[in-house]
Design a protein around this ligand. Structure first.
Ligand code: ADP
Ligand code: ADP
Ligand code: MG
Length: 672
């Protein structure tokens, strides 16, 4: 890259995407300006940029969303262009127009295209006119709850109730009946008003067994437009993507071409320029329907970059500077397979609800960058960073790329095993378990995958027999290494004969006792399990290390290790086991110890996440029925309806609407 289209650009965003844009700008020799709120003074994007401008207090509507502050920062620093990232001001036509008036270039499409595509109702009409296949539904606005039920009935259940201004899966609900249509309308409307300041709602058919497949497009200011193949994003929770891949395991070449051609037609219909994404919902017969067009860089753009070798941020910058697309449709290839996992600060054990706090430990796996093998981690945090309640809970995007899908999945599983995050709830155990899930590995997925496979929420998978044995060997081995080291520290005489002797251990895990014997054998260990030889096992683990790589033959398994009293807590592939390691005689005694019982909380409604009580729907003394709405809690701009799990009588409500609660704080108490 020799020519540079701009000498200085400002990035009107934060977190991983700001870092991502800065990285390419730097490679292009472009100076970068970051902006930051009080909450982000020490953030990574601020450190990475050449300059940084403070733009106000933490709430986004007083900092990152204030167009005037961004424009003032451009004037102050002489930035010629602004990259908006995603979210925030990226799809705000008025911001783009305001920049234009100042003679500052917006690195994205023109205001007219943003406006046309930013509204789901308008964009659907334009798409239909451009010959794009759209979801059947009612093309108008819904006026009230009764109207919602009436229209839903006409379309035929199930339906999807959506906010026209929606994004990020917010303001959207499925309804299967008139009652759900009415309640869904009210909830979506209120969520849309608070998230987007626009409460217009529409309704369309809910496509069953849907897969979310989207087409990346690139278009320049001279009428050239191409598509960069598809990404599949069917692994979603709360209508928001968690895992994406490119290409899609579901598309054939013909469907891909048809979707690509329609996407390019839509881009041309709105004189689109820049990178954009046309999202489709695809049914089981490969019928595809337009959902929306995102007129910005997409969160999951890295998987496309990995299979095409095209840097989308670079293309956006060049297009904004008026350059011609240097890539033709025939230059776009599919090289291998790429997977992206979004690491969220959210607790998989609590229905994926947001978690906040300080990253006391943050060690991503080693990145790799080869033609056919990549491990890429896009992130905006480091160890010690604070995950605040003000912004999106995504902490990193981990991507792997390999020649084929299963190799990419295995590489992801290993990268996740090596990823260390502590201090906050996070979804790594869930992502790890997913990588081992047979349905996912077969590519047999729909957007309902998480809801179908984890109906009661995520619980760590139980180990199978082979994994149980692996965990037992690992625990015994770590205890053996620790024991040797303790013996050396305590000054016990180093006795070669004793070292060579077999050490017998009993490992108690997953409710079982397994006998493991270990002896040192020239740089490795000779291990037997329940009397059967396991063979030579090697590890370089030392007491204090938080990762243990254990090699048996040509198979290496990575465990996260945490010492606990009498043993280790081990995690691998999303499986989390506590292993107690005893000398055989002690194991007999330990078996006689009573188990501790967890306190009974079944008569309490606990706050499932740190959040704000929006409203209380029952009073002390009320009798409630199963499924009745008890309270609504807002966290990270999502309204969560808490319902009664069984018939009960409300004994006490120690909180009021407007209260801010910590996780597990009591919202109400029922009579026993
Ligand atoms: P993608 O399709 O790229 O995953 P999403 O629609 O999930 O994108 O949104 C990407 C990010 O932008 C998310 O962090 C989301 O919360 C945020 N976002 C999306 N739409 C809006 C909007 N209208 N206003 C503010 N933030 C938004
Ligand atoms: P957002 O702007 O929040 O990204 P989308 O319209 O793109 O909203 O929808 C987000 C997700 O919701 C889709 O990926 C899909 O899983 C689901 N979805 C949206 N509309 C439908 C529909 N009509 N039928 C089935 N699923 C849908
Ligand atoms: Mg979408």
């Amino acid at each position: 890259m020799t020519d540079k289209p701009f000498s200085k650009i400002l990035i009107a965003n934060r977190g991983e995407i700001a870092c991502r844009v800065i990285r390419t700008a730097r490679q292009m020799g472009i100076q970068t300006v970051a902006v930051y709120s009080d909450a982000d003074r020490d953030a990574e994007h601020v450190k990475m940029a050449h300059e940084a401008v403070h733009i106000g207090p933490p709430p986004a509507n007083q900092s990152y969303l204030v167009a005037e502050k961004i424009i003032a920062a451009c004037r102050q620093t002489g930035a010629e262009a602004v990259h908006p990232g995603y979210g925030f001001l990226s799809e705000r036509a008025s911001f783009c127009a305001a920049l234009e008036k100042e003679g500052i270039i917006f690195i994205g499409p023109k205001p007219r295209a943003i406006e046309a595509m930013g509204d789901k109702i308008t964009s659907k009409k334009i798409a239909a006119e451009a010959g794009v296949s759209t979801v059947p539904g009612f093309m108008g606005l819904i006026e009230n709850a009764a109207h919602a039920a009436e229209i839903a009935g006409e379309i035929g259940y199930p339906v999807m109730i959506k906010a026209s201004a929606g994004g990020g899966g917010k303001g959207m609900r499925i309804a299967w009946s008139d009652a759900e249509a009415r309640e869904g309308y009210e909830r979506s409307k209120s969520e849309a008003a608070s998230s987007f300041g626009d409460d217009r709602i529409f309704i369309e058919k809910f496509i069953e067994e849907p897969r979310h497949i989207e087409i990346q497009v690139l278009a320049d200011a001279h009428g050239n437009a191409i598509y960069l193949n598809e990404r599949e994003c069917s692994i979603q929770r709360r209508n928001q993507k968690v895992v994406e891949e490119a290409p899609s395991p579901f598309l054939d070449a013909e469907t891909r071409r048809a979707m690509g051609a329609q996407s390019v037609a839509l881009a041309q219909a709105v004189e689109y320029q820049s990178a954009g994404t046309v999202e489709f919902i695809v049914d089981k017969n490969r019928n595809f329907y337009f959902l929306e067009m995102n007129t910005r860089l997409q969160v999951e753009h890295p998987v496309t970059e990995l299979i095409t070798g095209i840097d989308l941020v670079e293309q956006m910058i060049r297009i904004a500077a008026g350059e011609h697309l240097a890539i033709g449709q025939d230059d776009v290839k599919i090289n291998g397979w790429a997977i992206e996992c979004r690491l969220y600060a959210e607790d998989p054990y609590r229905n994926f609800l947001p978690s906040i706090g300080r990253l006391t430990r943050y060690r991503p796996p080693q990145e790799i960058s080869e033609e056919d093998e990549n491990v890429r981690n896009d992130t905006g945090v480091t160890e010690g960073s604070e995950i605040s309640m003000f912004y999106d809970p995504m902490i990193a995007k981990l991507c792997t790329h390999a020649p084929d899908r299963l190799t990419a999945i295995d590489a992801m599983a290993e990268a996740l095993d090596r990823f260390e995050v502590e201090g906050i709830g996070h979804n790594i155990p869930f992502l790890s378990a997913l990588m081992a899930h047979p349905r996912w590995r077969r590519g047999d997925i729909t957007t309902a995958f998480i809801a179908e496979e984890y109906p009661e929420g995520f619980a760590p998978p139980a180990p199978d027999a082979a994994q149980t044995r692996d965990f037992a060997v690992a625990a015994a081995l770590l205890a053996h290494i620790q024991g040797e080291r303790n013996a050396r520290i305590s000054g016990a005489r180093f006795n070669q004969a004793a070292r060579r002797a077999r050490e017998e251990k009993v490992v108690r895990l997953a409710g079982r006792d397994l006998r493991v014997s270990i002896s040192d054998a020239d740089g490795a260990f000779d291990v037997a399990l329940e009397g059967e030889p396991v063979g030579p096992v090697a590890t370089s683990w030392m007491p204090g290390d938080s990762l243990a790589e254990i090699a048996t033959g040509d198979r290496t398994v990575v465990y996260k290790v945490k010492p606990i009293a009498g043993g280790f807590s081990l995690r691998h592939a999303g499986i989390d086991l506590k292993a107690q390691v005893y000398a055989p005689r002690i194991a007999e005694l330990a078996a006689l110890m009573p188990e501790k019982l967890a306190p009974d909380t079944s008569n309490l409604l606990l706050c499932p996440m740190p959040g704000l009580i929006v409203s209380l729907h029952v009073a002390e003394g009320d009798e409630v029925e199963e499924g009745q709405t008890l309270a609504i809690v807002e966290a990270m701009k999502m309204e969560n309806v808490l319902k009664a799990e069984k018939k009960a009588k409300v004994a006490r409500i120690p909180v009021q609407a407007g209260d801010s609660l910590a996780v597990d704080e009591v919202i109400m108490e029922f009579e026993k």
